[in-house]
Design a protein around this ligand. Structure first.
Ligand SMILES: Nc1nc(=O)c2c([nH]1)NC[C@@H]1CN(c3ccc(C(=O)N[C@@H](CCC(=O)O)C(=O)O)cc3)CN21
Ligand SMILES: CC(C)C(=O)C(=O)O
Ligand SMILES: [Mg+2]
Length: 276
């Protein structure tokens, strides 16, 4: 059975931890989906991991739709959530609803995610009114990298923690079905998880949230340019890829690959005699 936003609420009610990972392409979506995660996020982190930018700010709606289409073709079970990129929802509520609609209609996503709480309560409520489920995202919101002066943990002082808690309440009030808590102290994440009734999905927010999310390439050891403390490395796929490619280069150069019996094709030799 396919996962829905109702499955997220049910998991929280039953105390079953929710699992999410990112995917940006068909092949990865299939692998992540077959392993059995509840949700797949087509994150705007694809700008860094897939496109080589040093932040998520250059990512466009066209980028998001292109990758979301690939992921939705590969995901048979998990709920696919797509990020609204920087400037797709900040300018006006009308633009926010229209762009959320494109991720659903053109991308095939089942829900959208946007960063911020109090400041975008109106946008969230309007997208929800258009029958599009919304996931909130607060704390270390990467689209605010310039305002934060870097990818810095948020909510460490009373004033900063109050802002994050107010954002969480605004997101719940606006009708979001879940919220990502990123890069905040575990004690603050616990307070938020106790205060709001919708599922909380943590990344760098400790073990107190209703679920967890990571960037797949981070936990698989395929993307070395960031090493946030919250990433646990479950494999070293990047190293395995480099080793496999080095072996291929050596085999071609030595004449070991290809082997004509194992990896080549033959024809009836008499057919060659007629060639001129
Ligand atoms: N591959 C990837 N993984 C991510 O988790 C991710 C992206 N890309 N792109 C968008 C944002 C950027 N993110 C980041 C990037 C760096 C840190 C980081 O270095 N954090 C410091 C904390 C510094 C402090 O204490 O304030 C760390 O040491 O963990 C955290 C989140 C999370 N997101
Ligand atoms: C890290 C997650 C929450 C995200 O927003 C992304 O991958 O873009
Ligand atoms: Mg994102």
């Amino acid at each position: 059975m396919a996962i829905t936003t109702a499955s997220f609420a049910k998991a929280k009610a039953q105390g079953r931890k929710l699992t999410m990972l990112t995917a940006y392409d068909y092949t990865t979506a299939r692998l992540v989906d077959e392993a059995g995660v509840d949700g797949i996020l087509v994150g705007d982190s694809l700008g860094m991991v897939m496109l080589g930018y040093d932040s998520t700010l250059p990512v466009t709606m066209e980028d998001m739709i292109h990758h979301t289409r690939a992921v939705t073709r590969g995901a048979k079970h998990a709920l696919v959530v797509a990020d609204l990129p920087f400037m797709a929802y900040q300018v006006s509520t009308e633009q926010a609803v229209a762009n959320a609609g494109r991720l659903i209609q053109e991308g095939g996503a089942s829900a959208v995610k946007l960063e911020g709480g109090v400041a975008f309560e109106e946008q969230i409520a309007a997208i929800v009114r258009a029958s599009i489920p919304v996931m909130g995202h607060i704390g270390l919101t990467p689209q605010s990298v310039n305002a934060f002066g870097g990818f810095k943990i948020q909510g460490k002082t009373q004033e900063a923690a109050q802002r994050v808690l107010d954002d969480a309440r605004a997101i719940e009030r606006a009708g979001a079905f879940a919220v990502v808590l990123e890069g905040i102290p575990t004690q603050l994440a616990q307070r938020i998880a106790q205060t709001i009734s919708i599922p909380t999905i943590g990344i760098g927010a400790g073990d107190v949230t209703d679920g967890q999310i990571l960037v797949a390439q981070d936990m698989l050891g395929m993307y070395g340019e960031l090493s946030p403390k919250f990433v646990r490395r479950y494999a070293n796929i990047g190293q395995q890829i480099t080793q496999a490619i080095s072996a291929y280069i050596a085999d071609v150069q030595s004449g070991d690959f290809p082997n004509n019996e194992a990896e080549g094709y033959t024809m009836d030799g008499t057919q060659l005699e007629g060639l001129h």
